[in-house]
Every structure is written in C-alpha cells, then in structure tokens.
Design a protein around this ligand. Structure first.
Ligand SMILES: Cc1ncc(COP(=O)(O)O)c(C=O)c1O
Length: 397
C-alpha cells in the first residue's frame, strides 16, 4: 500500500518524544519534559494583536506563494542590515515554517546521488529531508574540543566530486554552540576552492545568542559568496511563534524562483494573518526579545551550574538557543538496577520510565554519549528535573 519513500521514513524523534511525554502526562504522571524545541513563554502580545487586526481586515485568503511583498521586504531589510549584504524582496521566499523551507530548498537543488555534508551532531530533520530528495547525507563527526562545530579542514576532507551542499546551523540544535569568526573565515576559503558547492546556513537561532547581538555569519566575512549561500530563518524560535508556521529563505534568484514553484504546487502559501503578524515580530519586538534573552541567559547559567554538580555528568556553557548538551558517556556500558545501559537512547528511556523526566538522546542527533536538554522552562521545574536525574544516576552500580 505504501510508497518505498515512506516505508523507511522515521517520524521526527523530537516531536515523537515530546508527544510521548504529553501522553504520560495525560495519564496522570508527573512528567517534566525537557524535549521541547520551543520557548515556554507566549507569543509577544503586539504580535498577537497584529494577527487579530489582520484577520479583522480580511487577511484570511491565499497570498502569493512566495509570501506577501511587505513581509518579504521586511525580511530583506532585516537580513541586509544583519549581514551587511544587500538583499531585495525578490531574493526572499516565505512559506509555512522553517522546516518546510529547508525541505523546499533541498527539493529544489538536490538530484539523486548528490552528497550533502552535515556536521554531527545535527538537527534531526536534515538527513531525512536530504534522503527524501534522494540525496546522500555525508556526516562529519565534530569534536568536543571544537565545541561540536566542524572545522574547515574536516569539512574539506568530506568533499567529493558529488558534493552539492554543506549544511551549517549556528547556533546549533542540539548543542547551542556557534561557529567562531575564524572557523567561518576558514570555511569561506575552502568554499572558494569549490565553486560548485552551495552552503545552507540555517540561522533559525541566530538572534537567540547571549554574548553578542547576532551569531557570526559566513557572509560577514565573505559577502562575495552571497549567491552560493541559502539562508534559512523564521519566526518560530526568536519570537516564540512555533505554532504560527512561518519561515523563509534568501538566496540566488534562480534557487528562490524554483522554491516558489515548488511551494506553489505543495503548501500554496503561509497563512496570510501569520505573515502580517510576522512583520510586527520582525520590526516591533526588540524590547520583548531583549527581556526573553535575559530570562534565557539566567536559565542557561542555572542549568549549566546545576548539571555540572551531578556526579560524572559534564556540560559546557552554550552560546545560544535554549539547549544544553550534557555528556553522559560515563554511564554508558554501566549497570542500572541490574540492566546494562548501552547507549543514550536506553539512558533516556530509563530516565523517563523511572523518573518521568523526558530528554532527547544524543544518538538521535547523530552522536551518542550525550543528551539534549531544552531549558526553555521555569527554574523550579528545571531544578526538580535535575534532582530527579541525580536520583536516577545514583542507582548506577
Ligand atoms: C535547527 C532548526 N532548523 C529549523 C527548524 C524549523 O523550525 P520551524 O519549522 O518551526 O520554523 C528547527 C526547529 O526545531 C530547528 O531546530
């Protein structure tokens, strides 16, 4: 009954784990979910108001499949100012969520057999989406000493004559770490040697950074690569709008044009009132965003300090996003209540069953020995979760 394409398709593990945590909660269990990839605060009120106004004004119909011109203009202006590179609205496409923008971009540029280099750990959807485009994911396992970012040398070693694309995500899901200025400069030098290779820069967390106002970007150092870089971004994470479903890409007009065609034959367009509200998000929420970042930074410091006090678990301070990536490798291969715990997946399942704390195992992001913990929840709950993890690890023999 089913296509070959979907037979091996795995549901998104992060969404599946979040759903499992919700199900346990609905059965009356006192679950603390550290799985969610979204802020726990509401969408800022001025954004909601812009949506109500838009609905009142009749913004409830189809829009152009590449998005409303005034939203594309706002995105082009914001990105041009962020990166000091000039983008026009016709170099922007808007659709229903960053995830689908990435999908549409991959469908538009990948041919069967094309190789796509993905640094691991990676966001869970990249490899699957590459495979759905009949491309081949090529993983570059990053090192802890490089804060889980790939070096230009490691990326260059993975390049073959089939390489079509490199995907970079900075700050990263799952580690929260950014590529440094020097790493981006070196990568730009490598890219200049291989003019056939494109770069997808997934900037979805680029404003959620603590020590800078914006994550460093390859175009800051090599603006001449503009036409070979596909920028991905959206409103989900920055403005706490995950359910509004709006994302965008900027890039070469030919690629953007192909994506527009793809989107016109698939989702048609993002919701009109979501698009209107997103203009408010982009242009009118600087102070709310600053408050959110203050809150997130406090939580980050709290979670890092407290996790590091747990026996044999270590975690580094992430640069941005709302994830920490604790190293639990000490416990792998050891015995917990009579059973051997072989990998992060088992560790995470037992932690959920025993202590009702939901986490995402590192293996889902392509690197075992770690967990991804989202700290986008209030400190008292986080404190309780860490206490429970402490109880859990104390049962290892
Ligand atoms: C790295 C990364 N890219 C893209 C997305 C897509 O976000 P959305 O589809 O909500 O815009 C996510 C969401 O989890 C993400 O973590």
């Amino acid at each position: 009954m089913l296509s070959q394409r979907v037979k091996s398709l795995k549901p998104s593990p992060t969404l599946a784990l979040a759903a499992k945590a919700k199900e346990l909660k609905s059965q009356g269990h006192n679950v603390i979910s550290l799985t969610v990839g979204e802020p726990d605060w509401d969408t800022f009120s001025s954004i909601k108001k812009a949506a109500y106004d838009a609905i009142e004004q009749g913004e409830t119909k189809y829009t152009p499949s590449n998005g409303l011109p005034d939203l594309r203009k706002a995105i082009a202006e914001q990105t041009s100012s962020d990166l000091s590179v000039n983008y026009g609205p016709d170099e922007v496409t808007v659709t229903a969520g960053g995830k689908f923008v990435i999908f549409s971009a991959l469908q538009s540029i990948i041919d069967p057999g094309d190789e796509v280099i993905i640094p691991a750990p990676y966001w869970v959807s990249y490899p699957t989406q590459v495979e759905l485009a009949e491309g081949k994911p090529i993983f570059v396992t990053t090192k802890k000493e490089n804060r889980f970012t790939a070096t230009a040398e490691e990326l260059e070693q993975a390049i073959t004559d089939k390489t079509k694309l490199i995907i970079l995500n900075s700050p990263s899901n799952p580690t929260g770490n950014m590529y440094t200025d020097s790493a981006l400069r070196e990568l730009a030098s490598v890219l200049k040697k291989y003019p056939q290779i494109l770069l997808m820069s997934d900037d979805i967390y680029n404003r959620l950074v603590f020590e800078k106002s914006l994550a460093p970007h390859i175009l800051h150092f090599a603006p001449e690569l503009k036409d070979r870089v596909i920028i991905i971004n959206g409103v989900s994470k920055t403005y706490s709008m995950t359910g509004w479903r709006l994302g965008w890409a900027l890039g070469h007009k030919e690629i953007i044009g192909a994506m527009n065609k793809y989107q016109s034959q698939s989702v048609s367009c993002a919701a009109a009132f979501t698009q209107k509200a997103s203009i408010q998000a982009i242009q009118g929420t600087a102070s709310e965003l600053a408050d959110s970042l203050d809150k997130l930074k406090k939580r980050r410091d709290f979670v890092v300090d407290n996790l590091n006090q747990l026996p044999n678990i270590s975690v580094e301070v992430p640069d941005g996003a709302f994830y920490v990536w604790p190293d639990i490798s000490f416990y792998l291969g050891k015995t917990w209540k009579g059973q051997k715990v072989e990998n992060s997946s088992q560790f995470s399942s037992l932690l959920l069953e025993d202590q009702m704390v939901a986490t995402v195992p590192g293996v889902e992001f392509g690197l075992d020995g770690y967990l991804r913990i989202s700290y986008a929840l209030d400190e008292s709950k986080m404190k309780e979760a860490i206490e429970r993890i402490k109880t859990f690890v104390s049962e290892f023999e």
